[in-house]
Design a protein around this ligand. Structure first.
Ligand code: FE2
Length: 248
């Protein structure tokens, strides 16, 4: 459900699985700093921020992260994605504030928008808010991997993997493992690799939550089901569940 804008052409909007429209704006709508940084990625700004490890503005983040992302995005293997995502996460962790763009309500207690990225950027930046106590159901990421960065409030994030190889067409129940259970706070990240921790679901805390999903499409787009857990955990650790796909 967080993936559709990977395909979003410049200056056009598209409907997400939640039924809201998200627009990816033209390169020229990005601020002057981001443009300058994208044109000269190894310029003085990039060197200063790389050397200082100082907090980054959003434009400085783009200046640092986009050239690195372009270098690393081509390796879509498990470890290649790890290198890409964890590198991206290391830059994202230095960004304490990202301006809230225009957000469109989904009608389900959440709202979604998009922060600008420069032309040729491998990733999109989806900006989410969730009202207190609302949920985003568990769903697999099939074609776009994600770095989620908390900005405000808190949410419980759970990541899952199937025990056996994935079969999204299966009508039968199957076993899944909860591989991550994390409180997402401001400045925290959660990583969805398409081959590790590749399902996630969110529950917003009592004050709600605001976060961005830095999302990179690396595989062919296809319909994404939701995951429905059946009953209580099957193991002493409380991480193994019976589950089924729910296609909408
Ligand atoms: Fe997602």
């Amino acid at each position: 459900m967080l993936e559709p804008t990977h395909d979003l052409p410049l200056n056009e909007s598209c409907a997400t699985a939640l039924g809201v429209r998200v627009e990816r704006r033209c390169f020229f709508a990005v601020s002057a700093a981001a443009i300058a940084a994208a044109v000269a990625p190894v310029g003085a700004l990039a060197r200063r921020t790389r050397e200082s490890r100082a907090p980054l503005t959003y434009d400085e983040f783009l200046a640092e992260a986009v050239p690195m992302a372009k270098k690393l995005v081509g390796d879509a293997t498990l470890f290649g994605q790890d290198q890409y995502l964890l590198t991206l996460a290391a830059f994202a962790l230095r960004v304490p504030k990202i301006a809230k763009p225009e957000l469109r309500p989904t009608g389900k207690g959440t709202a979604i928008g998009g922060n600008d990225t420069p032309d040729g950027c491998p990733f999109t930046v989806l900006h989410w808010t969730m009202d207190p106590g609302t949920k985003i159901g568990i769903h697999p990421h099939i074609y776009g991997n994600v770095v989620t960065l908390g900005l405000e409030g808190e949410a419980l994030i759970q990541n899952f993997e199937t025990v056996e190889p994935r079969d999204y067409e299966s009508k039968k129940s199957f076993k899944v493992r909860r591989t991550v259970e994390q409180l997402l706070l401001p400045g925290h990240v959660n990583v969805v690799n398409l081959d590790r921790n590749y399902m996630h679901g969110f529950t917003a805390g009592p004050a709600g939550v605001r976060f961005v999903d830095i999302t990179t499409r690396i595989r062919e787009k296809r319909p994404t089901p939701n995951l429905e857990l059946a009953g209580k955990p099957l193991d002493p650790l409380g991480t193994l569940f019976e589950a089924t796909w729910v296609h909408t």
